[in-house]
Ligand binder design. Structure first.
Ligand code: BG6
Length: 493
C-alpha cells in the first residue's frame, strides 16, 4: 500500500548477507525491478556486504545471474542492467575485527553527494542481528536518518526475541526499525485491508453475530530438503504461525484503525495478539495438531519423508505441519473459532482465508427438499489472487425449484489487467524508502506473538504431544480434520 511519491530521503542501501539465498532469489531481483520502474532515488547507492572476498565485477556477475534466473527475469535487458550495476559496490566485511566495517564507510559516497540516510538490510542469520547493530553503532555509521530492515525470525521465543530487540534498540530507535514479514507485502494481503476498510457492506457482518468460523490455510508442496538443519530446530509453529499466520489473523480480526498510519494500524494489530486466548497445558491436546510428513507423492513426483531428507536425523519429532483452533477473546469475536493450518508437502500450494457466515436462520425451501449452504467469503492469496463470495441461487428452469451454491468471483487479474506480478519485497523495499512502517512488525507485536506461541510449545513439552505422521501429498494428519469436525465444521478444500 505504497503511495506514488518518489522516495528522496535515502542515499544508500547496505545489504548484509549480499551473497545469501534470500538476496539472490528476492532482494537483488526486487531492487533491479524498482530501478527499471524508475522508483529508486537518482543517486541511490546499493552496497553489497558479505564476508566472501570477491571483486566488484565478480559480485556484479552474481547479481546479474540472480536477476536472470528470478521471477523478474523477463524484465532483464543488457542496457537496463548496466545502468543498475552502476549503483552497486561490493565490500567484504568482518564484524568481529576492529575496523571491520570500514569498507562500508569508504564505499558510501559522502553524505553531501546524496541526500538522506542509509538503510541497512540484515539478510543474515538472526544470531548476527545484535552484533551487526552494535558494530554499526560503534563504527558511528548510524545517525537519526538511518533505517534498519531485519528479517524473521526475530528470536525463537519471547526471551530471545527480547534480547534481539534490545540489541537492535541499542543502536536504532523503534521508528527506524523495519521488521519484515513478507506476507504483508503480498498484493492480496494488502487488498484485504482495502476489502475490509474501504467497503461499507462488510463491517456490519464482520463479527460473531454473523460469522460462524474463520479459516486461515498456508499450504506448501515443498519439503525442507536443503535446509533441514535450520528447520529441525524451528518447526512449522515457529517458522510460519508465529509470523505469517498470526499476521493474517490480525488483519482479519483487527478493529478499524483510526487512519492508515503505522501507529494506528499496528496498535490495532497488537490488540488482537493480546486477545488471543492462551493455549497452554492440557488444552494443547484438544486445540492443536502436530504433524510430520512421511514418504509419498507431491506435485506428481515421489517425495521422501522428513526423516529421510538430506542431512536428516531420522528420530526427529519436529512438526512440519500444524493445525490450531484459536479463540480471540474480545467483543467482536467471542465464540468464533479461527482455525489455522500450515504445512510442508501438502496436496496443493494454496494460501487462503475463509470467512464462513452463519446459516440463514430459517429455510423456507425445506418443503421442496432444498438445503441451504452458508455464505462463504474466500480470499485466495496464492497461487492465484482471487476473492469469491458464494451465494445460494435458484437453478434456471421452470419444472421445479432447485437451489445451488454459486460463486461470485472477483479475479484481481481480470479486474485490473494482468500486470506484472511484483515480488512482495518490491513493495516492502519501497515502503522503507518512503519511511512507511504500517506494514512492518513492531517490537511489541513480535513479543506478544512469541508469548502466545511459547504457551503452546510449553504445553507440547509438558504433555509430550508427538508429531503425527502424514503422507507427502495429503492434507496433513487425520487429527487435523477431527479438530474442525468435532465442532461441526470442516476445512475448506
Ligand atoms: C518463510 C518460511 O518465511 O516463508 C518458509 O521460512 C516458507 O519455510 C516461506 O516456505 C513461504 O513463503 P511463500 O511466500 O512462498 O508462501
Amino acid at each position: 500500500m505504497t503511495n506514488t511519491t518518489l522516495p528522496a530521503d535515502c542515499r544508500a542501501l547496505v545489504l548484509f548477507g549480499a551473497t545469501g539465498d534470500l538476496a539472490k532469489r528476492m532482494l537483488w531481483p526486487s531492487l533491479y525491478a524498482l530501478d527499471r520502474d524508475g522508483l529508486l532515488p537518482k543517486q541511490f547507492q546499493l552496497i553489497g556486504a558479505a564476508t566472501s572476498k570477491l571483486s566488484n565485477d565478480e559480485f556484479i556477475t552474481k547479481v546479474q545471474q540472480s536477476v536472470q534466473s528470478s521471477a523478474n527475469a523477463k524484465l532483464y535487458d543488457e542496457a537496463g542492467f548496466a545502468a543498475f550495476a552502476q549503483r552497486i559496490r561490493y565490500v567484504s566485511i568482518n564484524i568481529d575485527a576492529p575496523g571491520g566495517l570500514e569498507p562500508i564507510r569508504s564505499a558510501l559516497a559522502p553524505a553531501s553527494e546524496g541526500s538522506g540516510g542509509v538503510i541497512y538490510y540484515l539478510s543474515t542469520g538472526p544470531q548476527l542481528f545484535g552484533p551487526i547493530c552494535l558494530a554499526l553503532r560503534d563504527a558511528k555509521l548510524v545517525d537519526a536518518a538511518s533505517r534498519i530492515i531485519v528479517e524473521k525470525p526475530i528470536g525463537t521465543d519471547t526471551e530471545s526475541a527480547r534480547r534481539v530487540n534490545e540489541a537492535i534498540g541499542a543502536a536504532f530507535e523503534e521508528h527506524q526499525v523495519f521488521r519484515i514479514d513478507h506476507y504483508l507485502g503480498k498484493e492480496a494481503v494488502q487488498n484485504l485491508l482495502a476489502l475490509r476498510f474501504a467497503n461499507a457492506i462488510f463491517e456490519p457482518l464482520w463479527n460473531a453475530n454473523a460469522i460462524e468460523q474463520v479459516q486461515i490455510t498456508v499450504a506448501e508442496t515443498v519439503g525442507v530438503d536443503g535446509r533441514w538443519g535450520f528447520y529441525d530446530s524451528t518447526g512449522a509453529l515457529r517458522d510460519m504461525v508465529q509470523s505469517h499466520l498470526l499476521q493474517l489473523l490480525c488483519l482479519v480480526a483487527m478493529e478499524p484503525p483510526a487512519s492508515f498510519t503505522p501507529s494506528a494500524v499496528r496498535n490495532e494489530k497488537v490488540k488482537v495478539l493480546w486477545s488471543l486466548r492462551p493455549i497452554t497445558g492440557n488444552d494443547v491436546e484438544a486445540q492443536t495438531v502436530r504433524g510430520q510428513y512421511t514418504a509419498g507423492y507431491s506435485g506428481g513426483e515421489a517425495a521422501r519423508g522428513y526423516g529421510e531428507e538430506t542431512g536428516a536425523n531420522a528420530g526427529s519429532d519436529t512438526e512440519t505441519f500444524v493445525a490450531l483452533r484459536v479463540e480471540v477473546d474480545n467483543w467482536r469475536w467471542a465464540g468464533v473459532p479461527f482455525y489455522l493450518r500450515t504445512g510442508k508437502r501438502l496436496q496443493r500450494r494454496s494460501s487462503e482465508i475463509v470467512i464462513q457466515f452463519k446459516s440463514a436462520p430459517y429455510n423456507i425451501f425445506a418443503g421442496i427438499g432444498a438445503s441451504l449452504a452458508p455464505n462463504v467469503l474466500l480470499i485466495k492469496l496464492q497461487p492465484d489472487e482471487m476473492i469469491t463470495l458464494t451465494l445460494m441461487h435458484k437453478k434456471p428452469g421452470v419444472n421445479e425449484t432447485k437451489l445451488a451454491q454459486v460463486p461470485l468471483n472477483l479475479s484481481l487479474g481480470d479486474a485490473f489487467g494482468q500486470g506484472r506480478r511484483r515480488i512482495a519485497y518490491e513493495r516492502m523495499l519501497l515502503d522503507v524508502l518512503r519511511n512507511n512502517s504500517a506494514l512492518f512488525v513492531r517490537r511489541d507485536e513480535v513479543e506478544a506473538a512469541w508469548t502466545w506461541i511459547d504457551g503452546i510449545i510449553d504445553g507440547w513439552k509438558s504433555t509430550g504431544q508427538k508429531a503425527k505422521p502424514y503422507p507427502a501429498g495429503s492434507w496433513g494428519p487425520s487429527a487435523a480434520i477431527a479438530l474442525t469436525e468435532k465442532h461441526g465444521h470442516s476445512w475448506h478444500e
